[in-house]
Design a protein around this ligand. Sequence first.
Ligand code: NAD
Length: 424
Amino acid sequence: MINPYKSAQEQLFNVGKILKLEPRIIDKLKSPKNIIKVDLKVKMDSGKIKTFKAFRSQHDDSRGPFKGGIRFHPNVTEDEVKALSMWMTWKCSVVGIPYGGAKGGVICNPKKMSQKEIERLARSYIRAISPNIGPWLDVPAPDVNTNPQIMAWMIDEYQKIQKEKRKSLKWSNLGVNPLATITGKPLELGGSQGRTEATGQGGVFILQNLAKKLKLKPKETTIAVQGFGNVGYWFAKLAYDLGYKIKALSDSQGGIIIENGSLNPEEVLEFKQKNGSLVNFKGAKKVSNEELLEIKVDILVPAALENVIDKSNVKKIKVKTIIELANGPITPQADKILHQRGIINIPDILANAGGVTVSYFEWVQNLQGYYWEKDEVGKKLKTIMDKAFEEFWDKYKELKVNPRMAAYAVAVERVKKAIKLKSS
Ligand code: NAD
């Protein structure tokens, strides 16, 4: 098993060599600034109290408040949360939004819990970390197995805590604007327009930039997408709308491939909603998830799980480019081999940053109390993604390193500058 924290540190050490970083900068960035560890005692529906281990890792806040999602999953570990918080620092930095990085995790299996139990767990988690979060301190959001409903319970709990504090301090104006403490909220509770499609849309802006650089024409460019959830669906749909040929799609139950023309993601979604799976979609052939990764298309888009391209299958990859919409879909060993084979992979910290960018817009809208239309969100997202791609591409050409290292170089350099401006 690859330890994600060791991988994250190794990536930092490698980029440190490229950027000739001073040891004190590496020392500061190689581990989180704060790690909060708590045991949450939650009442289950049976009446029994169950203890859940929970973490919040705050990696770095040199460029702005800590920012990162909260994951509910049985495989959460302290090291995973620490690694993910470091990656958030780089993700926010590579797209130039004014945040540092954080991540939260609770070891639990929400698939085996009732909604009421999940609600009590969510409230208990926010109560435990409430002294350490806030609009200018640390701004959590959804991640694996957490969603706008869970954010709604969390923001409600946070507002209750603020009320209690106001009462005890007899200070009615304490705790201004709690809404900006958590993003990924439902629209009715201060969420942003355009958040649902943000990650897929951001990925499509990256696709358009890449196509320009590689002189690919949409109508002649074929794409395979692994994962047909929120991110995979929106990416495929928006790319299809621009004329790209969606050759293959898959979800956890298997995949489909079409010989001629393109799959229409909206029709596939409709089919999946009716039949519970996209397999057997009319006019398409079945493929397994492993086969989907190995078909010959121009662009492969992993949008499901981590570590799906590893040393066992990397040599069978036949594409020219990969856009990493999932977090960590390529293992470090496979990364090296892809680079040797001249395959360009646009790293996750850049390719899937559309989500955190619209989370940033949500925070801005909450702070100013003025909300934007969807078009405005889309335009602002495009500006940020286009600029970030250009900066990444220039660095990739300048350093002649693999794309991941180029994106890290942009990100880590910015964090280093912020640290040095504060203490040279
Ligand atoms: P989701 O749960 O909506 O969808 C995941 C999809 O992957 C589902 O269609 C599922 O059936 C499919 N899947 C599961 N196992 C699979 C397998 N073995 N092979 C093929 N498909 C499989 O999740 P999502 O929000 O779309 O997130 C997908 C990825 O993108 C994750 O890695 C996530 O961390 C990353 N990501 C998401 C966001 C966001 O805004 N949602 C932001 C950044 C990164």
